[in-house]
Design a protein around this ligand. Structure first.
Ligand code: SAH
Length: 353
């Protein structure tokens, strides 16, 4: 086998102090330097070691060789009139991922991708069509935050949803590391209650998350009240059916005291009948839950179309009359292909011969 002389570089972005401390000690420096360096990166938005004026010059020099700070390239930025900005980022191996910055009346929120592409194959989703490249690292998720906060300039991003491309619970360790970095008080410092993780229903992941002692919001992409319908649009349902998923989500609510959100994308003639609304009521009644009805952002390849506004209103009324907490999400970013994976899909299309 051929010997390679290029050692793997250390990626500091994505680390917590406890991860960087052994490296500081190994370089003959006190471990508190780890926290100082990470504060520069996450909180003071330093772009390089040369800005870190309270760090000794010899350490800065060493780190710029063994642990260079290399931002991803920003391949595309699209701003929409509805105060949504979408970023497409490219990483050094060519993988790319999207993040979407949304301006609400209560502040800025950021939607982060957890994988480059997705394996789950949901029928309505653009990420399913453009295919799976790989898991993203915790560092790459942090970079989405850092690049987005540079765009946001002096405005603070106060909440994060892991709801972009990919299935976060299929990349559990990296996503949890990312959430703990977001949560670190001296760094980015986004409170756990302002972090949401959205899953298509990976039951063992939900169970594990319940034991993490984190107050994050769990969001379940349910999209159907019965297995026959869910099987049709979400292949993952063959692995973990509705009963399993809702059971795991109820246990999450019991253990954390946090209300679970159920996402429900309204698809014409597939999951939007009044009988299905009644079935959804039977499924969720009595649990600490909140239903969010989302207008489908139609991906042409899928052949699926969104429900009419009147259908959504009638469906919503059934849930409300039964006492379920329900909102219908204002659509954001559709004019810039703001829905899951659409910008990446367009780039892929345009690169095809
Ligand atoms: N894999 C995770 C997170 C990514 S999808 C999950 O399944 O939850 C984030 C949310 O957007 C999910 O609720 C997903 O079902 C929804 N979504 C995907 N494609 C969509 C589309 N074309 N229109 C509207 N919502 C979509």
């Amino acid at each position: 086998m051929e010997e390679t002389s290029t050692k793997r570089r250390i990626e500091v972005v994505g680390m917590l102090p406890k991860d960087l401390e052994p490296i500081m000690l190994g370089l003959g420096h006190p471990k508190y330097r780890a926290s100082q360096i990470l504060e520069w990166i996450y909180s003071k938005k330093a772009e390089g070691y040369d800005e870190m004026t309270n760090i000794p010059a010899d350490l800065r020099e060493k780190l710029s060789n063994i642990a260079p700070i290399r931002p991803p390239s920003v391949l595309d930025v699209k701003r929409a009139k509805d105060r949504t900005t979408k970023l497409l980022m490219g990483f050094s191996d060519g993988a790319n991922a999207e993040a979407v910055l949304m301006e609400h009346d209560y502040g800025l929120s950021l939607c982060v991708s957890s994988q480059a592409g997705c394996k789950m194959g949901c029928a309505f989703c653009a990420s399913a069509i453009s295919g799976f490249s790989r898991d993203l690292t915790a560092g790459e998720m942090c970079w989405q935050f850092i690049e987005a906060s540079r765009l946001a300039k002096d405005k603070r991003i106060s909440s994060v949803v892991v709801m972009g491309m990919g299935e976060p619970l299929m990349n559990y360790d990296a996503v949890l590391q990312f959430i703990r970095v977001l949560n670190w008080g001296k760094g980015i410092n986004v409170g756990a209650r302002r972090i949401t993780l959205s899953t298509c229903g990976i039951v063992p992941g939900i169970e594990k998350l319940s034991g993490e002692d984190l107050q994050i919001t769990l969001s379940i992409s349910l999209h159907a009240p019965d297995d026959a319908t869910r099987d049709r649009i979400m292949p993952v349902n063959k692995l973990y059916n509705i009963e399993d998923v809702v059971g795991a989500a109820r246990r999450y609510a019991d253990r954390t005291g946090r209300r679970v959100t159920y996402e429900y994308v309204m698809i014409k003639g597939v999951n939007d009948s009044l009988a299905q609304a009644a079935a959804l009521v039977r499924l969720l009644k009595g649990s600490l839950a909140h239903v969010n009805l989302i207008p489908l952002n139609a991906v042409p390849e899928s052949g699926l179309v969104r429900s009419t506004e009147a259908t959504v209103a009638a469906f919503k009324k059934v849930l409300e009359d039964a006492g379920l907490a329900v909102t219908s999400r204002r659509e954001m970013g559709s004019e810039i292909e703001g829905a899951c994976g659409q910008l990446r899909l367009r780039r892929k299309r345009s690169l095809q011969p």
